[in-house]
Design a protein around this ligand. Structure first.
Ligand SMILES: NC(=O)c1ccc[n+]([C@@H]2O[C@H](COP(=O)([O-])OP(=O)(O)OC[C@H]3O[C@@H](n4cnc5c(N)ncnc54)[C@H](OP(=O)(O)O)[C@@H]3O)[C@@H](O)[C@H]2O)c1
Length: 344
C-alpha cells in the first residue's frame, strides 16, 4: 500500500535531484525517501556514496530504477528530475501504476502537444496526460494542486518571470503594445550536469554571454501563464559565471502613470499569504545572494519619474524555487501538508 509520507526520487545524481534529496531528507512529514539510479550506478546503495556532504544525516537507500521498482516501493509520490524525453516516456507508466508524479522536466508543461514539439523538438506525451497535468506554480495555481496526479514543475526562468510580472499583467496595467523585455541571467547549474564544451570552467568563469535568443524553451511557458502573445515579449537568457541563481530584469511600460506606492500595494495584495514570494519596498532591489540556497523568489522594482516606465527585478535560486524547492511546495499542496514544510 502506498503512503503519502513516502516518496521516491528518480534522477538523484543530477543537480536538481541532489537538491530534492537535501530538502526531502529534512522534510518533517516525509519518511524514508528512496532514490532511484540508472543501471550504471547499480553498485551505489546509499546516497552518501554519491554525496559525501550528506554523511551523518543523509544515509538514504538507493535502488536501481525501473517502473516496477518505483511502483512497488510503497511511495505514493515520485519526483522525476530527469531529462524531458525520459519524463515524457515514464510519467504515463508511473501514473498508470497508481503513483502521483511531480515532474521537473518540461514534458508536461503544455496542454498543446504542438507547442511542446515545436519548442523542444521532441515527441509530446499522450494528450490525455497533458490534459491532466497541473502547472505547478503554487502561488498562482495552488487551488488545482490538491489531489493532482501529475504536476508539471515550472521552468526556473519561467518561475522568475511569471511571478515577477503576474500582478501587473493581471491588473491590466502594462501597455503590452510597447513590448515587455525579459532580460534573464542564470548560473551554470541551470544547464544540468552533463558536460558540454560551452560550460567548461574556462568558458564560463570571468565570462558573460547571451544564448537562446528567440528560441529559449521557457518563452512559451512565460507567455501562456501570463496570458500574453509571443509577440508581446522579448525573452533573452544569459549565462552568469556563478553556480546557482537567476536574476530576471523585466522592463515594461505602464498604460497610464502610476505612483510607486500603487505598484507596491498591487504586489503586496497579490502575494499576501504567499510567503515564498518576498517583496522589496519601492526602489530597493533583490540580489542573487539574498536567494541562493533558499526557496524564495524576491521581487523589487523601480519606477521612473514619469510613472510610466517600470523595471521589475525578480530573483531566485534555479535549483530552489526554480526546481526542487518548488517541487516540494507542490508535494505539500498535493497532499495537504504544511505549505512551508521542508522548504524553509
Ligand atoms: N538545473 C536546473 O536549474 C533545473 C531547473 C528546473 C528544471 N530542471 C529540469 O529538471 C530535470 C533535471 O535537471 P538537472 O539539471 O538536475 O539535470 P542533470 O544534472 O543532467 O541530471 C539528470 C538526471 O537524470 C538522470 N537520467 C538521465 N536519463 C535517465 C533515464 N533514461 N532514466 C532515469 N534517469 C535518467 C541522470 O542520471 P545519470 O547520472 O545516470 O546520468 C541524472 O540523475 C531536467 O528535466 C531539467 O530541465 C532543471
Amino acid at each position: 500500500l502506498s503512503d503519502p509520507r513516502r516518496v521516491a526520487v528518480v534522477g538523484a545524481t543530477g543537480y536538481a535531484g541532489y537538491e530534492l534529496a537535501r530538502l526531502l531528507l529534512r522534510h518533517p512529514q516525509i519518511q524514508k525517501p528512496t532514490f532511484y539510479l540508472r543501471e550504471s550506478n547499480a553498485h551505489v546503495h546509499c546516497l552518501t556514496e554519491l554525496f559525501p556532504q550528506l554523511r551523518g544525516w543523509g544515509e538514504a537507500p538507493c535502488r536501481t530504477f525501473s517502473i516496477d521498482a518505483v511502483a512497488g516501493s510503497g511511495a505514493a509520490t515520485v519526483f522525476l528530475a530527469t531529462p524531458h524525453e525520459t519524463s515524457a516516456e515514464i510519467v504515463p507508466q508511473l501514473v498508470n501504476a497508481g503513483m502521483r508524479v511531480v515532474d521537473l522536466s518540461g514534458a508536461f508543461r503544455f496542454r498543446d502537444a504542438k507547442t511542446f514539439e515545436h519548442w523542444y523538438k521532441l515527441p509530446a506525451p499522450p494528450q490525455e496526460f497533458l490534459d491532466e497535468a497541473v502547472y505547478g506554480l503554487p502561488e498562482i495555481y495552488g487551488d488545482r494542486l490538491p489531489g493532482a496526479r501529475i504536476v508539471a514543475n515550472p521552468g526556473c526562468y519561467s518561475t522568475s518571470v511569471i511571478l515577477g510580472l503576474k500582478p501587473l499583467v493581471e491588473a491590466g496595467w502594462i501597455a503590452k503594445e510597447r513590448g515587455i523585455v525579459c532580460d534573464c541571467k542564470s548560473g551554470a547549474t541551470g544547464a544540468g550536469k552533463e558536460p558540454k564544451k560551452e560550460l567548461h570552467f574556462a568558458e564560463v568563469d570571468e565570462n558573460f554571454r547571451a544564448y537562446g535568443l528567440f528560441t529559449h524553451r521557457h518563452t512559451p511557458e512565460v507567455t501562456e501563464h501570463l496570458g500574453l502573445g509571443l509577440e508581446d515579449v522579448m525573452f533573452t537568457t544569459h549565462l552568469l559565471p556563478v553556480a546557482r541563481g537567476i536574476l530576471s530584469t523585466l522592463y515594461a511600460w505602464l498604460d497610464s502613470p502610476r505612483e510607486a506606492h500603487e505598484i507596491e500595494a498591487l504586489y503586496r495584495k497579490f502575494y499576501a499569504d504567499r510567503p515564498m514570494v518576498r517583496l522589496w519596498p519601492a526602489g530597493k532591489l533583490p540580489e542573487l545572494q539574498h536567494v541562493v540556497n533558499t526557496n524564495f523568489c524576491d521581487i523589487g522594482f523601480a519606477l521612473d519619474a514619469s510613472g510610466r516606465r517600470l523595471t521589475v527585478v525578480s530573483c531566485l535560486d534555479n535549483l530552489g524555487k526554480g526546481a526542487a524547492g518548488q517541487a516540494v511546495q507542490n508535494l505539500n499542496a498535493m497532499w495537504g501538508f504544511d505549505p512551508q514544510a521542508g522548504v524553509i
